[in-house]
Design a protein around this ligand. Sequence first.
Ligand code: ADP
Ligand code: MG
Length: 199
Amino acid sequence: MVPRAYPVGTGWIEVVTGCMFSGKTEELIRRLNRARYATQRVVVFKPSIDTRYAAEDVVSHSEQRFPSIPVAHAHEIHRQVGDAQVVGIDEAQFFDLDLVGVVEHLANEGRRVVVAGLDQDFRGVPFEPMPQLLAVAEYVTKTLAVCMVCGAPANRSQRLVPREARVVIGARDAYEARCRLHWRADPEDTQQRLPLPSE
Ligand code: ADP
Ligand code: MG
């Protein structure tokens, strides 16, 4: 018997999180492809609300894709996961807090769970259930995009169209990546940065 680096049957949670265009989906697909090359059974879920590029596939802005199962609610993930050893979930911020229990359950069963999602909404507010997932994950990767104003590392999603709703599904036409300096909570605010509290 060859000694193993970790006990057989141990599952865990990996979270990949950052702003829009930061490469979360690319990174998710990269990890899942490697698992597939290792002949592990992989299944990927995405919220059925996200139909930007394809109804069925998880698709990155750079047009990499991976077949997925769209689900309306986190509980459907557990019902459809079957005997998958590796479970991918994209756009996790579109699920409700029930996703945390579902993901924990999958990892407790011995599965590797890779979750990708936005850490903040367009207002810069933590986007549930990502904060809760970050707290319980074994591994966390924060991804950064490139600021479309100055080229600095960007960790915010700038909404380009003024709209009240927290969720506006869209890509390049509706959002762009911005650094802390050039991001504005209000798309109609023409100032290049928010005033300091003392200003
Ligand atoms: P996410 O899932 O985080 O929204 P994706 O993995 O779908 O990101 O896409 C990342 C890709 O988006 C990059 O490889 C690049 O081709 C493209 N892209 C478009 N705008 C930017 C930007 N401002 N910064 C970095 N990458 C960008
Ligand atoms: Mg993505």
